[in-house]
Design a protein around this ligand. Sequence first.
Ligand SMILES: [Fe+2]
Length: 244
Amino acid sequence: MFSFFKKKSFSIFPFHELTTDVHSHIMPGVDDGAADSELSVKLVNGLIELGYSEFTATPHVMEDIWRNDKTSITGGSNRLMNALQDSGIHNKVNIAAEYLIDGNFEQLLKDKDPLLCIRDNWVLVEISFIQPPLQLKEVFFEMQLQGYQPVFAHPERYNFYHTQRKALQELHDAGLIFQANLLSFSNYYGPHVRRAAEWMAEEGMIDLLGTDLHHERHLAALQELKLTKSLAKALDSAKLKQLR
Ligand SMILES: [Fe+2]
């Protein structure tokens, strides 16, 4: 009789339904993710406990902060694989990157340097949290011309788009794949980010869901993640793309 006043209770997010995590910073000693192999193993074990069976290591490639290139990523990949093997973890790990759109990235495109893909021809890119690059559309277009499928990492996290939803819609309409962070659907990054993620889910603009796992605090928050109505919607559309 008092059920009307009951607080809604949601179940825990079914991570296993996604099979693969498409975005994580589990590679040791290359960026602001796992600092060493020990932490890499902890994070990967955490992802397995959540329900994932495959992972994608996407270290930052940034001109100013994390100047990773193929050499540093190969080194990190070897350390990661050895550590996982030593711990008896034999799940598949894809080695890719998360490219910041900056001068270095534009140079890589200019040189036609083969980019690391999260799968097929899909390249994960992020932009500055301060302001979008002026040449954003041109860079995405150049990627498409070169046969890449741009995957825009966590578009819901950019504050400047919260008041410019149309700009985000235009990018999605231009053929970008949008990858939202699962924790954006909690209040982990704040209510504005959560509202943006929920709006994107309602509009059917979320194509992929990833953890963007950097550290154990992320892991602890993921363990508490609830399957809200809008996250369920995002999961449905993500499964269409992510599991094909
Ligand atoms: Fe990331």
